[in-house]
Design a protein around this ligand. Structure first.
Ligand SMILES: [Zn+2]
Length: 121
């Protein structure tokens, strides 16, 4: 018979947000540690985590620099040997040590007069 584990369920701490976090951990110590972290820094969803990387009509461009790190004679972008996104793939080992990956995402807004409601009306 398997154990049920310990259920973690939180609502985003941003006022008015209803996003939910849900996870099940196997051990009581992990459950207690999660609740300690939650009491010290309440969970926020991706939209409200405060990193400033959410694209919106008032924040149409974000740029991220990922420096290369070297561990165990291997190269990584942050902690990943390979990263990808829309329009690119990059293996860290393909570049010289010390390279920096710069990713830019930009949303181009429609010209005035071309604005549609996006189905949200
Ligand atoms: Zn939220």
């Amino acid at each position: 018979m398997s154990r049920r584990g310990y259920t973690l369920r939180w609502t985003c701490a941003h006022e008015g947000c209803r996003e939910q976090y849900y996870s099940v951990v196997d051990y009581k110590a992990d459950y207690q540690a999660a609740w300690k972290r939650q009491s010290e820094k309440p969970w926020r969803c991706l939209r409200h985590d405060g990193r400033g990387d959410v694209l919106s009509p008032t924040n149409t461009c974000v740029r991220t620099e990922v420096p290369m790190t070297v561990m165990y004679h291997r190269q990584f972008w942050d902690r990943h040997g390979f990263v990808h996104g829309p329009g690119f793939k990059a293996w860290a080992d393909d570049f010289p040590e010390g390279a920096t990956l710069i990713v830019t995402a930009e949303v181009v807004l429609p010209a005035a007069g071309d604005v549609r409601d996006g189905g949200q009306s």
